[in-house]
Design a protein around this ligand. Structure first.
Ligand code: ZN
Length: 273
């Protein structure tokens, strides 16, 4: 599943390749990925220039045209949504949308499981649609985040995954951040010192920044905009390594399920719950 770093990379690639370009056509092979009819989507977007791309958590908002005629397309890739821009690409049956720009290769939206959604929204920040989503994990200030999490009694692992507290931290990066901060995934924020929580947030941002720089982490069939896999996977310290030795102390990494999500941690390095 694409997480924040992958989504950030998709957003940067869309912006880098297409900002200032006019969308001249939109081919729809499967309308189920659109939040509205193909006709309404074309009417809103075709003939307008891509002016900006915003990311909030795992959502992207593509801005077309200028106010008062601007239109905004919110994209959520969900499980298997992908954008491709490739010079030589033969679309397969999983390509549902083709965005046509006269001065760039076509941009393909491909989605094997079809859970992704592209929906027209009223503003660049999709304020209404994302009202239930907390501040973006990469930009949230510690004071704001601390106030949202410090009194909570649920396991910190579950709270870090709770997108209402802060948006964008997924399973991979939660396990990595907790390892780096030396915090057990079952620890309760209400029992943790402010300085420990400060370190958790700092590590979370750092691990995601590193993943963004490496093009994201590749799992299942996620590849980036250019059809290349991200290469952050080999940097992972604990995620996906249950039963293997901890790279810091050599102890066997433990794997448990918390709130329905697998959690890998080192019982030696992440003590004290
Ligand atoms: Zn260890």
């Amino acid at each position: 599943m694409p997480e924040l770093p992958e989504v950030e990379n998709v957003g940067r690639a869309l912006k880098g390749n297409l900002q200032g370009q006019e969308l001249t056509g939109l081919q729809v092979n499967f309308a189920g990925v659109l939040g509205q009819s193909p006709r309404a989507t074309r009417k809103a977007l075709v003939g307008k220039t891509l002016t900006n791309v915003h990311r909030h958590g795992k959502y992207l908002v593509l801005a077309f045209g200028e106010e008062p005629d601007a239109a905004y397309l919110m994209v959520h890739l969900r499980m298997t949504g992908q954008f491709f821009i490739l010079e030589e690409y033969v679309p397969d049956k999983h390509v549902h949308l083709v965005f046509e720009f006269p001065d760039a290769p076509p941009v393909y939206y491909r989605d094997v499981r079809k859970f992704g959604r592209l929906e027209l929204v009223a503003d660049a920040h999709a304020s209404e649609e994302l009202a239930h989503v907390g501040p973006d994990m990469m930009t949230v200030r510690f004071a704001d985040w601390h106030q949202r999490i410090a009194h909570r009694t649920a396991p910190i692992k579950s709270l870090l995954l709770n997108q209402g507290i802060a948006a964008g931290l997924g399973n991979i990066y939660v396990d990595e951040s907790l390892f780096l901060a030396g915090v057990h995934p079952l620890a309760r924020p209400c029992d943790l010192d402010e300085e420990v929580l400060r370190d958790v947030l700092k590590r979370g941002k750092a691990v995601m920044r590193l993943a963004i720089d490496h093009g994201g982490t590749t799992f299942l069939n996620f590849t980036n905009f250019y059809g290349k896999p991200g290469n952050f996977k080999r940097k992972l310290r604990v995620y996906g390594r249950g039963g293997e030795p901890c790279r810091d102390c050599g102890a066997s990494l433990e794997k448990i399920v918390i709130g329905g999500r697998s959690s890998v941690f080192c019982g030696e390095c992440q003590g004290g719950i």
